[in-house]
Design a protein around this ligand. Structure first.
Ligand code: FAD
Length: 285
């Protein structure tokens, strides 16, 4: 099923998960665990599972294998992420043919982080060019990334929104957001998108954090705000792993609850390949 249909079926909310190909998995144990975790999450009737893509295609084969298994074994539409920076048009074309041969219908089109050094190929500079290429050369439905607090490199928030509109204008059907811990950023972002004529669903990305250090690292990497209360509690109890987990789950569940009350069409969970936190949140909802 294509993204447009998934988000217009009237299913409320549309639940989707993000997973990533495990690293250092020569014996396949981590991949086995990933599918055990995903199986635990099937009870919540997900409509889509997205699979990240390593910068420059570092985990391309692993990513393709997970996509194939999600489709064939779990019978859930997979959505591969794909980054175009440093990738030649030929490679992109081959990748798209491969995923279409598995009857994949959707893709998350990204630029990816520009490598600081190395062999940078300039065939595609930004995600909007990739959206256009995919729409012109395949039958895939395309999603793109959105940043409620602005992308870490953006010249200005308005410029970032302008470029987001370019991505939707070139054919993106859905926007998945970067994680955020303050819903006000999401609500304001959706309002600003609407004001400039972006009509596509903006699906919030939810990350239940697992430790204080992880929170600091992620927030710094993505340049997102950590609300003071959350920071104070998680800093104070950072040695108490059980309490940290419980607090983070309750925090994310309350975020989701407020988002649902405000009519979001779906919730996209950054699972970090684990079922427990997401399951607890979905049970609470
Ligand atoms: P773009 O949309 O190209 O934007 C990048 C920057 O350039 C922004 O500052 C924007 O304002 C600016 N810009 C955009 N278009 C133009 C233009 N035409 N001219 C000039 N400036 C422009 N990374 C991975 O490596 N693998 C993944 O699987 C992955 N999955 C992600 C999933 C989600 C939901 C999100 C939110 C992010 C994900 N990322 C992933 C991270 C993403 O690759 C980085 O944030 C990257 O730096 C930007 O990618 P983009 O597609 O948003 O780029």
């Amino acid at each position: 099923m294509k993204l447009k249909e998934i988000y217009s079926q009237g299913k409320k909310p549309v639940i989707s998960y993000e997973v990533f190909p495990p690293k250092d998995d020569a014996d396949g144990e981590k991949l086995k665990n990933l599918f055990e975790e995903l199986n635990k999450l099937m009870v919540f009737n997900p409509s889509l599972i997205s699979v990240t893509y390593g910068a420059g295609g570092s985990n391309r084969n692993e990513s393709i294998e997970i996509i194939r298994r999600i489709k064939q074994e779990l019978k859930i539409p997979p959505m591969p992420h794909f980054t175009c920076v440093s990738t030649s048009t030929k490679n992109i074309s081959e990748y798209l043919k491969t995923i279409e041969s598995f009857e994949v219908k959707n893709i998350l089109a990204l630029r990816g982080d520009v490598p600081k050094e190395g062999n940078v190929c300039h065939d595609f500079k930004h995600a909007d060019e990739l959206v256009q290429y995919i729409k012109s050369n395949t039958d895939l439905s395309v999603a793109v990334a959105g940043y409620p607090e602005g992308h870490k490199e953006c010249e200005s928030f308005e410029k970032d929104l302008f470029y987001l509109k370019q991505k939707t204008g070139k054919g993106a059907d859905v926007i998945y957001t970067q994680m955020f811990f303050n819903n006000e950023h999401y609500f304001s972002f959706v309002e600003k998108c609407s004001k400039i004529g972006i009509t596509q669903p903006v699906i919030p990305g939810i990350l239940p954090v697992s430790s204080y250090n992880q929170l600091l690292k992620m927030a710094d990497m993505c340049k997102v705000e950590i609300p003071q209360k959350m920071k104070t509690v998680l800093e104070k109890y950072q040695e108490d792993k059980d309490y940290t987990k419980k607090y983070a789950i309750e925090y994310a569940a309350q975020q989701c609850s407020e988002l649902l009350q405000n009519g979001v069409k779906g919730l996209h969970f950054y699972t970090l390949n684990k079922a427990y936190a997401v399951s607890e949140i979905l049970k609470y909802l």
